[in-house]
Design a protein around this ligand. Sequence first.
Ligand SMILES: *Cc1c(COP(=O)(O)O)cnc(C)c1O
Length: 368
Amino acid sequence: MNVPILDLKPAVDELRPALDAAYRRVMDSGRFLLGAELEAFEAEYALAVGAAHCVGVANGLEALQLVLMALGVGPGDEVIVPAHGYIATWLAVTHTGARPVPCECDERTYNLDPERISALLTPRTKVILPIHLYGQTADMEAINAVAARHGLFVLEDAAQSHGARCHGRSSGSLGQAAGISFYPSKNLGALGDAGAVTTRDAALADKIRHLRNYGSKVRYQNEYAGLNSRLDELQAAFLRAKLPHLVAWNTRRARLAARYLDQLRGIGDLVLPFVPAWADPVWHLFVVRTHQREALQQHLAAHGVGSQVHYPVPPHLSGAYRATGWKRGDFPLAERLATEVLSLPIGPHLSNEQIDYVCATIRSFFAR
Ligand SMILES: *Cc1c(COP(=O)(O)O)cnc(C)c1O
């Protein structure tokens, strides 16, 4: 049996008539940017996550960057980011000229540890930027409480958490604004690059509408020094075709995750995902931990099972941040997670049999 770590083709096959219709609508309209498809998708996505406003942009990285730009975050400012996570979150801060300040994560949830934030705050701190990593929201109640105490803005990195809930509320509506990615492999993925900002703040949304389009809403009148970061009509139309299936696809992911959790309990030194009572994750990734990661990964590969590491290099040790002087030992938990985490195949189009086969293959590894 073969179980790929990721296969995007089945979703296209399932929705081919709707995707073909979306393509034809855009071709027939003759309008390819900032048109009716984008406007409709923004309204539909805002409704789906319970946010007042949604602004489509070119990708997830720039969604985060545009929020920071709109807030006036720049050189001299500091933004709290998770030490364990994807580098895009840090880069969004770096591209504004501000400094990412890494905060270690909770060892069980892999998300920003609210207890450790206060010690990192300085008069220059402007924003707390938690990631809802692997599809499970960070402890937003505690993070929002810290932010409220210190007058800080909370920006969610909701790139991996479309539809995930925290105390019943949807990611994308848990802070003051959220940056979202529709990169093809995300739970809601475009057929190319796409992203969005959601927020309850009308003035912020309006400013980002300027900033995504050269700082201009009226042609050749440029209020701000903006980016070119537009979500094009074709991707908006494809996303509209896929959005109605997001809940069912997330439910299917949750069923498969439950199957993994059931069958992988108590095997070797395997650490399984931990879900707090208030969290309702959407299982963007199913991540386990083991001290024998490389050997397990090889064993899985030898038996036709794909796996991947999210992420092998903590951002502070990556080449992009070499000049900052961060070194090994600065964020020990993030460094340890980077050596232990392993993502197993999960996705709405995998079968129960495929999950059972992955579990059997893992059991056979630890039984050797
Ligand atoms: C995918 C991702 C991003 C960046 O999204 P792009 O659309 O690829 O720019 C940012 N943060 C996290 C956590 C992601 O997983």
